[in-house]
Write a protein that binds this ligand. Structure first.
Ligand code: KDG
Length: 312
């Protein structure tokens, strides 16, 4: 395996009409979950990926597993919980450009993931472990599960990649700050957004925020700056990489996961840091041009076409 990731995936309902969801009659359904978005993004770019999770013993669980398996991601470590349902998620389009995200995931099957669900040999068989700050927010048990996965990675020489993915609806500000800082300190590579970095360390320039993550323990920091691109810092080099222009953003949700998939694929391919970041920027931009979290994730040919077509 190149990369193993772990986290919750939900069925995503989007009303076909805009405005308050109470008036919506028709919905489209897709699947959404930050970690499986990354896994699918990597699989589309030709990487070997595994996704660890728990699903309810229900039709939505079947749909999620089938979809992710169909994308070429290994789902052998996904367990089924007979006593809890698969989580749901509703994306309300209040006005053009204003989204409200509503979770129905409390007590979901994935929120009951446990450290015992993690097979050390499976983690040890990967080169990278990708985790996010969403999973530890789901429950105390999920927090322990993430810590266990990181511990297995570290003792088997697997590189840990952490994306804070702050979801304020899921936990208190104080707890979120503490855990996101703790997990950033344990990771080798961190992929925070500028807002997340400021949430953890306070308002500062990208250079200072990246340094905070570096001094906190990470050896590669890639700080996302939205459409401006990203700033990177490692022991060897640092710098800004410009983002790709996007004519019309159709759906921004999932762009950060696309960015993570692009960067991780570049890391797996052994690219230099500025090229890794450029790939992240490109995949992130491509995701925003298509509705849904994963539908805009490119295959390598389309990614190369996009990166070379656009002159910056
Ligand atoms: O990154 C996009 C995902 O965050 C979203 O679609 C669903 O995983 C999700 C979450 O917990 O918010």
């Amino acid at each position: 395996m190149d990369v193993v990731t772990l986290g919750e995936t939900m069925v995503l309902f989007t009303p076909k009409s805009s405005g308050l969801m109470r008036y919506a009659g028709d919905f489209s359904t897709k699947i959404a979950g930050a970690e499986s978005n990354v896994a699918i993004g990597l699989a589309r770019l030709g990487k070997q990926v595994g996704w660890i999770s728990r699903l309810g013993n229900d039709e939505f669980g079947e749909r999620i597993r089938n979809f992710i398996r169909g994308e070429g991601v290994d789902v052998s470590q996904v367990t089924v919980d007979d006593t809890a349902a698969t989580g749901l998620y509703f994306k309300e389009k209040l006005t053009p450009g204003e989204l409200r995200l509503n979770y129905y995931r409390q007590g979901s099957a994935a929120s009951r993931m446990a450290a015992a669900d993690i097979d050390e040999a499976y983690i040890a068989g990967a080169n990278f472990l990708h985790v996010t700050g969403i999973t530890p927010a789901l429950s105390e048990q999920c927090y322990e599960t993430v810590l266990t996965a990181i511990q297995y990675a570290k003792r088997n020489g697997v590189t840990v990649v952490f994306d804070p993915n702050l979801r304020r609806k899921l936990w208190s500000e104080e707890r979120a700050r503490k855990v996101l800082q703790e997990l950033s300190a344990q990771a080798d590579i961190v992929l925070p957004g500028i807002d997340e970095a400021e949430f953890i360390f306070g308002k500062a320039t990208p250079e200072i925020l990246a340094e905070n993550f570096y001094n906190n323990g990470a050896n590669k920091v890639i700080l996302k700056l939205g459409k401006q691109g990203a700033y990177y810092l490692s022991a060897e080099s640092s710098g800004f990489v410009k983002g790709f222009p996007v004519e019309q953003v159709v759906d921004p949700v999932g762009a950060g996961d696309g960015f993570a998939a692009g960067c991780l694929s570049g890391i797996v391919d052994g690219l230099a840091l500025p090229e890794i970041v450029r790939r992240g920027n490109a995949v992130g931009a491509m995701v925003t041009m298509v509705d849904g979290d994963v539908e805009g994730l490119p295959e390598i040919n389309r990614l190369n076409y996009f990166m070379n077509k656009i002159e910056r």
